[in-house]
Design a protein around this ligand. Structure first.
Ligand code: 76R
Length: 271
């Protein structure tokens, strides 16, 4: 079967899937079926374990909102759609009960520094004169960093850390707090404050902000990778004071998930 080729102009598709297990149905199945399911899932994950994509990572949700969680990255819409169905096909019918799911895409931010911003920064912060070799060298260095960073945002290689937090969010459109009626310069200024707070967490949190306006019910999916839950609590708490979140941010449900291989998921969930 040939799925239609649906690519983005740039970037990749991202899917988060949350399921609970129908325990009554599962308990009625044999131990062999359980072992077989695990092996099928393991081989599907092994075949899709690239640093960027296609990639499937398995998690267990902590706290009871769901049991199994899958984080999927694929360039084409058809690839993520197929991986989603391939995951479900590993399990006997009816066992996986969908709890929540989210479709989004990687994107470049409109608020990234432009070439002009970079030139201004070299003059201001680095105190170099335009049209000098030093200025040109700094420009080349920063432009390369920017290109690398853009690549990372579009084709992320997320670290495989212990904790993954996911939540969807919007920017508000209510009365005086309407993000979308602000002019570009005001939004850019506000976002630079947000990024300043974010950068202080660079070592402890790796974030993936994926756009979903028109694709899913919220406007972005926020995926945070961390080694520790307190890093997640701190960044979300601190950002609540930042105007972008305090005034304009609206949030969906939060899911905290623990990275486990299929074999470890089976032990943990006693499947
Ligand atoms: O691309 C960049 O990293 C440049 C700076 C930056 C942008 C443009 C940035 C940095 N973010 C950007 C965009 Mn972010 N971010 C969130 C949340 O819980 C909350 O209050 C908000 C959820 C977190 C935790 C977070 C973390 N960011 C965005 C956008 C798109 C806005 C738009 O287009 O209007 C959203 C919705 C959003 C939300 N952000 C950072 C972080 C962190 C940790 C950083 C620093 C990244 C780094 O230095 O690598």
């Amino acid at each position: 079967m040939a799925l239609p080729q649906v690519k983005l102009d740039q970037g990749i598709h991202v899917m988060h899937l949350f399921y609970s297990i129908d325990r009554q149905l599962w308990e009625s199945l044999s131990k062999e079926v359980s072992a077989e399911t695990m092996l099928k899932l393991q081989s599907l994950c092994d075949a899709n374990s690239n640093p960027s994509h296609p990639c499937i990572r398995t998690y267990s949700n902590v706290g009871g909102k769901a049991d199994l969680v899958f984080f999927i990255l694929g360039e084409e819409l058809g690839t993520v759609a197929q991986l989603h169905r391939d995951i479900e096909a590993c399990f006997p019918g009816g066992v996986l009960v969908p709890v929540y799911n989210y479709l989004s895409v990687t994107e470049l931010s409109e608020y990234m520094p432009t070439e002009e911003d970079t030139k201004r920064r070299i003059k201001g912060e680095f105190r170099l004169e335009p049209d000098t070799p030093e200025f040109e060298a700094k420009m080349e260095e920063l432009s390369k960093m920017r290109a690398d960073y853009e690549r990372y945002r579009l084709y992320p290689e997320m670290p495989d850390w212990e904790v993954m937090c996911f939540y969807p969010m919007i920017k508000r459109r209510e009365g005086a707090d309407n993000w979308y009626s602000l002019d570009f310069e005001s939004r850019k200024k506000l976002m630079s404050g947000h990024a300043r707070v974010g950068r202080t967490y660079g070592e402890r949190i790796k974030q993936l902000i994926t756009g979903s306006t028109g694709l899913d019910d919220w406007e972005w999916g926020v995926t945070l990778m961390a080694h520790k839950t307190d890093a997640i609590k701190e960044i979300v708490y601190e950002m609540r004071f930042d105007e972008v979140s305090a005034r304009y941010g609206g949030f969906g449900e939060f899911y905290i998930n623990m990275r486990l291989s299929p074999a470890d998921l089976w032990d943990h969930l006693r499947l």
